[in-house]
Design a protein around this ligand. Structure first.
Ligand code: F6R
Length: 246
């Protein structure tokens, strides 16, 4: 995994948006896998700007999201459906028939996971997968210990993840479970772009880049991917090279 350190969050976000825009220029029907969270907001803002001011079009592209909370309706304010609508899909010319987000209220969650994997396969697999990283090294909702062979499935969220995300929910209680795209599904993406910003990610970044490649640090799997990049700001890079990786 190649690491590129940018002076700040805005520069990192602009570079990430350029990766997406360039892949669309090369292949307008590109297939993307996208994250939610705080980290990609700058990238989404920049892509929306490029759509509005430079005519960048997403009309032929296909989008899959990485994850969704189990039990949350798509119109719940904290759902990832709503997040994507508010920050990206609702602001560009994406074709609604080519936008896929796991259904948190599917009556049969296991069947929903199978349906999701099948839809990814039917789209020809993922071209560019953009990821954030959890403070515990998770990617998607693949928490430490997730098998590198895993596929889209229902997972238990770790206490630390629920705590970090609690503020989005009434009474500060995040759901206990989620649907996440699996590690193997992520790994099969032709290109992976992992984004990290801020000192609270520095430990996870150092563990992923400089510790062992291990299921206890899910993002470390990307070190053996043939075409993975890590874009980070100086704060997120601040533990690299210091021998602190666990
Ligand atoms: C979100 C996701 C998570 C986040 C990660 C970082 O769809 O899959 O893995 O990318 O928790 O979140 P932020 O960017 O909020 O720090």
């Amino acid at each position: 995994m190649r690491a590129r350190v940018f002076p700040d969050y805005d520069a990192m976000s602009a570079a990430a948006a350029d990766v997406v825009a360039q892949s669309l220029e090369q292949l307008p029907s590109a297939v993307f896998m996208l994250p939610t969270g705080i980290t990609p907001l700058g990238m989404y803002r920049r892509l929306v700007d490029m759509h509005r001011s430079e005519g960048l079009t997403f009309a032929e592209a296909t989008f899959f999201n990485l994850d969704e909370y189990l039990g949350l309706a798509s119109d719940h304010a904290a759902s990832y459906h709503m997040y994507m609508k508010e920050h990206f899909y609702g602001l560009i010319d994406a074709d609604p028939t080519r936008i896929f987000v796991p259904e948190g209220t599917a009556p049969d969650p296991e069947a929903e996971c199978e349906r999701y994997e099948a839809a990814i396969a039917e789209a020809g697999g993922i071209g560019v997968c953009v990821l954030g990283i959890g403070r515990n090294g998770h990617i998607g909702f693949n928490e430490p210990g997730a098998s590198f062979d895993s596929r889209t499935r229902v997972v238990e969220l770790s206490e630390s993840t629920r705590k970090v995300n609690a503020g989005d929910f009434e009474a500060d209680r995040a759901p206990e479970r989620a649907i996440t795209v699996g590690m193997a599904t992520i790994f099969e993406s032709r290109e992976v772009l992992l984004l990290a910003s801020g000192t609270n990610k520095a430990g996870a970044v150092a563990a992923a880049m400089e510790g062992d490649v291990s299921e206890s640090v899910p993002a470390s799997m990307l070190r053996s991917h043939p075409n993975a990049s890590l874009f980070l700001d100086e704060d997120a890079a601040s533990d690299l090279g210091r021998g602190v990786a666990g």
